[in-house]
Design a binder for this molecule. Structure first.
Ligand code: PEP
Ligand code: MG
Length: 756
């Protein structure tokens, strides 16, 4: 059964539209469960009615016609209860509703299970049979298992169905197709989707109109020729080590390359308008389906050969295409997993938005987008990536929505919002040179988070009083080896100089977790609990010492350097780090450089550091709370996992209490505490941070004016009062709702669109 189920799910993922997917489901489930009828009902957009969408067994004329409310019929009962209903004789049940023409009266046994997606009953899967006998437990568990797997596939097929194929990418109907994700970076943007996919990942290749059919055909033929030569060579090389029958595989490859059903069909698809890689993907998927349906295990396994062949061809096609990446004037970068490098490849003046199937608000790509002031939506798990290359999109980075080929009324509404936003931003811009102080005169310096050297102008001109977090890993990530001491010195010097005499906090290398260096791969089951941040650099003092020396040398004559240590989880790590920093300083003094010892701080981003905040504070000059990781570790919620993103919230009472404890512990030792996680840029949260006595806040440049506005409209006393009210609340939703109300009552409701 597991095998059949796995096959069904794979087939579903390849389904081109909802009808195809549902057709498959009813056929297969009927087959596996031994029932006489299998039907799927899906919720209408109002969420109150369920319509028969597919059936193997009921009269075809009932499809689309049988429609039940939540209080009607057995389907309604399943939906309302959100649990299976298993009946021996359905027509005897008081809630049974009879539909003439359906032919249902013949069936007695009824088993219905809900299809649930994101806690909502999106459909009901039903099997029926004539014999009046309840379905056995195995059938129930089978249906429950299928239904659980179907929910996501149905949502995906629903969206991709509407976007299916060429020619109907601009359907006439005025419905808007919206894919939901999470806000990644604020703002609204309009542009054209450009899908990027990892090298040699066949299924991620989008369909795209071929610019010139002859050219695409020629490229495809060249790739076929190259692969044919490769295979002949491989076969030749294996002559001595492989028996003839095993080598026959290579002949099969060669035959396929010459076959009409493979290359011939692909050429047809290119002639029909798809570009070569897209046409190749379609052919491979078609073959995969055929092979997967084969009963013979050996033949079924051959699907891997097809994929292998596909990958080889693709590799050749991609080398040809790599140079030709064209980006539309207003590019919205889209991908299964958009990476920092993909983002860096788009010319900055063309990039207007980012949409990623994986990742969340605190993924580093989202952080990067915020630093660039580009709206982003993350974790759009239902996005049909393969179908939307070149589609017009609206990205709503506030609400976490992506509109695909939006109809005019949606575009008009968003244009209006974007205009409002622009005038609001212009208004906020006027705050730039005004002090960041509360109504009763407490100065709360606002700093920026950065890590991009490409253009420091927006940050230097933002009115920021310094850099509160410079993520040094970005310069490490965009190279193909560790940067040397002098190379690093030059990078750091630019930042330190641009802001001097204002303070700049340079954080030592924080790789691991979701930040990989291409030239320093780390394979771990639990990377966020593994070799990360200071753990790596303490194990590699040569990397740490070079970096710290570069930082100190860069600060020569400026005196505004602060060094920040990431991921410290106990005092011994701090001891060791301080020893290395002193060693680097002593070396530089010996080399004749008269450098003052920089201020050193520790990031509080691991729960153990919260409880040892006093011991850590005693040994350093300042603490900086990294709420992105602290929230992830305190709540045990992966900051990148869209499935649990609703649970990730820095306003959780546990996070607030932990932060308060840090501030109080540091106060005992007279050490200042700042916040440099994304929470500092949330205007609602900023009220609490001021109330706690946090001394400074560091955020992405786009958030700065909004937070300054809150600070200037609030007294420290009022912030304290608000914090006290929050401290008695037990649920995060209550806290957020209360803070939003408070902002609105104070006339700052306009800021809320920038909140979570
Ligand atoms: C944090 O964890 O809050 C932080 C600022 O660091 P990063 O987001 O780079 O992990
Ligand atoms: Mg962190």
């Amino acid at each position: 059964m597991l095998d059949t189920l796995r096959r069904l799910i794979q087939e579903l993922n390849l389904a081109r539209n909802l009808d195809q997917a549902l057709g498959l489901i009813v056929r297969r489930v009927k087959e596996i469960s031994g029932a006489e009828v299998c039907s799927v009902f899906l919720a209408e957009p109002d969420g109150r009615h369920y319509v028969l969408k597919a059936s193997d067994g009921l009269g075809p004329e009932s499809i689309g016609r049988i429609r039940l409310g939540r209080d009607e019929g057995l389907v309604g009962l399943v939906a309302r209860r959100a649990e299976p209903v298993n009946l021996e004789d359905a027509p005897l049940h008081p809630q049974f509703r009879y539909f003439p023409d359906s032919g249902e009266e013949r069936y007695h046994a009824f088993l219905g299970v809900p299809i649930i997606h994101h806690r909502e009953v999106v459909g009901v899967l039903v099997v029926q049979r004539t014999e009046a006998r309840v379905f056995d437990e195995e059938s129930v568990t089978l249906l429950v298992t299928v239904a659980a797997q179907l929910a996501g596939a149905i949502a995906h097929a629903e969206l991709s169905g509407e976007l299916n194929g060429y020619g109907d990418a601009h359907p006439a109907e005025e419905t808007s197709r919206v894919a939901r994700g999470q806000p990644g970076a604020p703002g609204v943007t309009f542009g054209t989707a450009r899908v990027r996919y990892p090298f040699a990942d066949i299924h991620a290749i989008p369909d795209r109109p071929g610019e010139d059919v002859d050219h695409e055909l020629a490229e495809f033929d060249a790739a076929v020729k190259a692969v044919r030569a490769e295979i002949a060579q491989l076969s030749q090389r294996m002559t001595d080590s492989l028996p003839a029958e095993e080598r026959a595989l290579f002949d099969v490859y060669a035959l396929m390359l010459d076959s009409d059903s493979f290359t011939g069909v692909t050429r047809e698809r290119i002639r029909a308008g798809n570009w070569a890689p897209g046409a190749l993907r379609q052919t491979i998927e078609e073959h995969e389906e055929v092979f997967r349906n084969m009963e013979n295990d050996y033949l079924r396994e051959r699907v891997e050969d097809i994929r292998d062949l596909g990958r080889r061809l693709l590799m050749h096609l991609q080398t040809e295409k790599a140079e030709e990446h064209t980006y539309p004037d207003k590019t919205i970068l889209v991908g299964e997993e958009v990476t920092a490098t993909m983002l860096a490849e788009v010319p900055q003046d063309r990039l207007v938005g980012v949409v990623s199937v994986r990742g969340s608000r605190t993924s580093h790509v989202a952080i990067l987008a915020r630093a660039l002031g580009i709206p982003a939506v993350m974790g759009v798990t239902e996005l049909p990536v393969g179908r939307i290359d070149d589609a017009e999109l609206i990205v709503d980075g506030y609400a976490g929505r992506v509109f695909i080929e939006p109809p005019p009324h949606v575009t008009a509404e968003y244009r209006r919002l974007a205009d409002e936003e622009a005038s609001f931003s212009a208004e906020l811009h006027e705050l730039r040179d005004l002090p960041s102080a509360t109504l009763d005169g407490t100065h709360i310096p606002l700093y920026v988070n950065t890590g991009l050297l490409a253009d420091l102008t927006p940050t230097t001109e933002s009115g920021a009083e310094g850099v509160g977090l410079y993520r040094t890993e970005f310069p490490f990530m965009i190279r193909n080896r560790f940067p040397g001491e002098e190379e690093q010195r030059r990078i750091y010097r630019q930042v330190l100089e641009a802001f001097a005499p204002r303070p700049v906090v340079l954080r030592t290398l924080d790789v691991g977790g979701d930040k990989a260096l291409p030239y320093f791969p780390i394979e771990e089951d639990n990377p966020f609990l593994g070799w990360r941040g200071i753990r790596i650099t303490l194990d590699h003092p040569e990397i740490f010492l070079v970096q710290v020396r570069a930082m100190m040398r860069a600060s020569e004559g400026l005196g505004n350097l602060n060094i920040l240590l990431p991921m410290i989880s106990d005092v011994a790590e701090l001891h060791d780090s301080l020893a290395l920093i002193h060693q680097a300083h002593d070396e530089l003094l010996e080399e004749g450089l008269a450098l003052p010892m920089p201020r050193v701080g520790v990031m509080i981003e691991v729960p153990s550091a919260v409880y040892q905040a006093g011991s850590l504070a005693r040994r350093v000059d300042f603490l900086s709370i990294g709420t992105n990781d602290l929230t992830q570790y305190l709540l045990a919620v992966d900051r990148n996992n869209p499935r649990v993103a609703d649970l990730y919230d820095s306003l959780h009472p546990a996070v607030i209490r932990a932060m308060l404890q840090v501030v109080e512990s540091a106060r005992v030792h007279g050490k200042p505490v700042s916040v440099c996680g994304e929470m500092a840029g949330d205007p609602a949260a900023a009220i609490l941070l001021v109330g706690m006595g946090i001394e400074s806040l560091s955020m992405s440049v786009a958030s700065l004016p909004r937070v300054k506005w809150v600070i200037r409209n609030l007294s420290r006393e009022r912030a304290n009062e608000i914090l006290s009210n929050v401290l008695v609340m037990e649920e995060v939703d209550d806290i957020r709702a209360y803070l939003h109300r408070t902002l609105e009552e104070a006339g700052m409701g306009g800021l809320l669109r920038a909140g979570k």
